[in-house]
Design a protein around this ligand. Structure first.
Ligand SMILES: [Zn+2]
Length: 460
């Protein structure tokens, strides 16, 4: 273990409060000079649907096992609940207004370095297996730095069970290229609308549904949103279908993790998501693009591998952000590049005090009538703001984690100050958006429009 890695591991042990525990760092393999890195992003995956996050019903045994081998940051948040911008943040360590990919299908500036370009420059083998051409295809510049960029697309959408193919292709790559000095990024898309888990997962949480809702099109979600007399049984059915996707995905991730454990044990795995999913709790909405509530922005954040501490209590009280993924993985690779990353190398840095937690969230939906929305989180306090005409929301995430009581009407001084801070932040950092590839091409082609419509990303 080199001095930098030893320092990093000791700091991480201190973070976990286990420095004084005999054997806390001893008895494990030393951190290899160049471990393998496995980054898994679970599209549309709610943090509270993990068994290891305490969900009482949904089963995620493989992710729970990963958590038992490593650590979990339960308070982890995305920067933006949109697939292309969020993955740009995950790969660059920059917030959306710094990398300028603010909407789906915008292209990342070729001058911006990414986790993959840095590792590739250091001689690493790099591969990606992603599961959505329409929002993560090679057009958007996130393929830079990867020796291979495999886009898994089912022949027809809506698809069911496509994660099995994604897992298979990930295992193929690992078989040929995995091990020390390699990075594989695997992206699963199954939990995204429409919720169509394959059998038997489609019946796993739907024990008593007698309705006739067809979840195979996005239209059904729109219909439910516009129907004030929507049947609660239909709502429960769709939420149960989503939970079925979660458990199906858990198995597919488990296949990849088991292969790695068997063939390349010196691999560090980081599992997170680009965003969560609203399941009708807010704005009668199934989806994520127009929400900044915790259902849509809180994400799994699990890290495990050789050289990382393990202990009985694996919950890290500090907050993590998807902004921290690239700096963390580069730190584990022992690389300290001169990069303008704003995220933190989590194992190497001490935890922050609760009040020090302060960050901006944003979303820029592509639906024509949906405004951009912003939020500021300071400790447990959160303010959501969608412009002067749209009103605002304010919550205390400790007293009300489900964000059921909007405190904005009480006009608390704390929230007034947060709103002023947020508006000041937006004025001092004006968004300078990148172009979408469709803008560059003069418009959406019919095939792409159809694909986006099926995912609910543009108005029908
Ligand atoms: Zn997504």
């Amino acid at each position: 273990m080199g001095p930098a890695r030893l320092r990093s591991a000791l700091r991480f042990a201190a973070l976990l409060g286990c420095v004084a525990m005999p054997g806390c760092l001893g008895g494990r393999e030393p951190v290899p000079s160049a471990p393998g890195l496995l980054l898994v992003t679970l599209d549309t995956f709610r943090q509270d649907h993990l068994g290891c996050a305490g969900h009482p019903d949904v089963r995620t045994p493989h992710l729970d096992r990963l958590e038992r081998r490593g650590v979990q940051w339960p308070d982890a948040t995305t920067a933006i609940p949109l697939t292309t911008p969020s993955h740009a943040t995950i790969l660059t360590g920059l917030p959306p207004r710094a990398h300028r990919v603010l909407k789906n299908r915008m292209r990342l500036d070729p001058a911006v370095p990414t986790l993959a370009t840095v590792l590739q420059e250091h001689g690493w083998r790099t591969g990606a297996v992603v599961s959505s051409k329409v929002v993560l295809g090679p057009d958007f510049g996130l393929d830079r730095g990867f020796d291979s960029y495999d886009v898994v697309e089912p022949a027809d959408r809506p698809a069911s069970g496509e994660g099995a193919l994604t897992a298979e292709r990930a295992i193929q790559w690992l078989d040929g290229h995995g091990g020390p000095g390699s990075l594989l990024w695997v992206h699963f898309f199954d939990a995204h609308l429409p919720y169509l888990p394959p059998a038997p997962w489609n019946a796993l949480y739907n024990r008593d549904y007698r309705g006739d809702l067809d979840p195979s099109t996005h239209a059904v979600q729109d219909d439910l949103r516009q129907d004030p007399a929507a049947d609660p049984a239909d709502i429960r059915f769709l939420a149960a279908q989503y939970a079925g996707e979660v458990s199906f995905l858990d198995l597919q991730v488990g296949r990849v993790l088991q292969f790695v454990a068997r063939t390349h044990p010196a691999t560090v795995a980081l599992v997170t998501a680009d965003h969560g999913e609203g399941l009708y709790e807010h704005q009668r909405y199934f989806g994520h693009d127009i929400l900044l509530h915790e259902t849509a922005v809180r994400v799994p954040f699990l890290l495990a591998g050789p050289g990382l501490p393990q202990r009985t209590s694996r919950l890290i009280p500090d907050a993590a952000r998807t902004l921290d993924v690239a700096p963390t993985l580069l730190g584990l690779a022992g690389i300290e590049p001169e990069l303008p990353m704003e995220g933190r190398d989590l194992p190497a840095e001490p935890p922050r005090e609760g009040d020090a937690l302060h960050f901006v969230l944003e979303s820029h939906p592509s639906r024509d009538k949906s405004p951009s929305i912003y939020a500021l989180r300071t400790g447990a306090a959160k303010v959501i703001w969608a412009g002067r005409r749209q009103g605002r929301e304010a919550y205390d995430l400790v007293a009300d984690p489900g964000e059921t009581t909007n405190l904005a009407d009480r006009e608390l001084r704390e929230h007034e100050i947060m709103l002023e801070d947020l508006q000041l932040d937006l004025r001092t950092l004006p968004p300078g958006a990148a172009l979408t590839v469709d803008h560059e091409r003069g418009g959406l082609d019919a095939e792409t429009r159809e694909a986006l419509e099926s995912l609910g990303y543009v108005d029908r």
